[in-house]
Design a binder for this molecule. Structure first.
Ligand code: ADP
Ligand code: MG
Length: 330
């Protein structure tokens, strides 16, 4: 059974960056206002995510890393919204099958926190009382220690830290009321360091730099009929002066970081047609749709989504982007 679990877990957690994404999303779900990530050896030696969120209750610790623990999901009424929010209840469990997970956490009003380590879905010992300030710290050590081939491939590629920095950058420009930092173990400086702000443009400037931030156009769109408002979009897109060889597309749908290749391609087409001399675009976009219109489960490990009425939505966004680009280029 343990081999089957390990293989399944290796599908959910494919690389160090997949673990970081799940951990940071959990921290965001816990209403954190500050999230710090520390990475050693591209995440293979250590991934540590610390937050100041609401913490994990002592009585939940024994079941924390069990797969599909239904009690964890009791606060979500219907399966549809669970599915669309990506709640699968298997991220932490998976990490315990392919790495060593240690959780330190304290809930509000407690005098001390608890620390406990997990392996293969179960606690290795009773939670131990320990000093803790606020929130939760989760360490994942020796990721893929029991998957030799995977470890070898990742060691050779060595670009997972870059992927982690890219991921945190994306979170930081969407969740602008949360402070993020991402640091390599032993490094004096953080590679992502964003402080909570009220201005999206300030966040983009601090994460992606002035050259990006000063070449952006604000965009907005919503349903024509406000009474049946099922669609809202807002964001920033690059103008004619922006220079890049590759498209950067930061897409959040219903506050979840996702990929939508069809939308990305459609926007590249608009840029090529409207600003033929311009470079590939930078796009940050946040879209709000009824949860039942979003299908995130095209593939459990990919973040590719498909949308109900996808063509209609993409066309609408294309039209808005095109007219903003034309206006800005007059
Ligand atoms: P899911 O997020 O799909 O429920 P996970 O395995 O990612 O499943 O997390 C399991 C549960 O552990 C979460 O539902 C949450 O209750 C709790 N949890 C995990 N990380 C944190 C955290 N940083 N702060 C508070 N609770 C957490
Ligand atoms: Mg989760």
């Amino acid at each position: 059974e343990s081999v089957v679990n390990r293989i399944a877990a290796g599908e959910v957690i494919q690389r160090p960056v997949s673990a970081v994404k799940e951990l940071v999303e959990n921290s965001l779900d816990a209403s954190s206002t500050s999230i710090s990530v520390l990475v050693k050896d591209g995440g293979l030696k250590l991934i540590q995510v610390s937050d100041d969120g609401h913490g994990i209750r002592h009585e939940d610790l024994p079941i924390l890393c069990e797969r599909h623990t239904t009690s964890k999901l009791s606060k979500y009424e219907d399966l549809q919204s669970i599915k669309s929010m990506g709640f699968r209840g298997e991220a932490l469990a998976s990490m315990t099958y392919v790495g060593h997970v240690t959780v330190t956490t304290i809930t509000k009003g407690q005098l001390h926190g608890y620390r406990v380590s997990y392996r293969d879905g179960v606690m290795e010992h009773e939670p131990k009382a320990c000093a803790a300030v606020k929130g939760t710290q989760i360490m994942v050590e020796n990721l893929f220690y029991n998957m030799i081939a995977r470890r070898k491939t990742l060691q050779n590629s060595a670009d997972d830290y870059t992927k982690i920095v890219d991921l945190l950058s994306r979170f930081a420009i969407h969740h602008i009321d949360v402070s993020f930092s991402c640091r390599k173990h032993g490094a004096a400086r953080a590679d992502v360091h964003s402080v909570a702000t009220a201005s999206r443009l300030d966040a983009i400037r601090s994460v992606y730099g002035l050259l990006v931030a000063r070449n952006l156009i604000k965009i907005e769109a919503s349903d024509d009929d406000p009474s049946s408002s099922v669609f809202k979009m807002d964001g920033f897109i690059s103008n004619a002066n922006y220079v890049a060889k590759k498209t950067t597309m930061v897409l959040f749908i219903n506050d979840r970081l996702v990929e939508c290749t069809a939308l990305k391609r459609a926007l590249e087409v608009v840029y090529a047609a409207t600003l033929p001399k311009a470079s590939k675009p930078f796009v940050y976009m946040s879209i709000i749709l009824p949860p039942e219109h979003v299908d995130v489960n095209v593939h459990p490990t990919k973040r590719e989504v498909s949308l109900l009425n996808q063509e209609v939505i993409i066309e609408k966004i294309q039209t808005v982007v095109e007219s903003m680009l034309r206006d800005s280029n007059k």
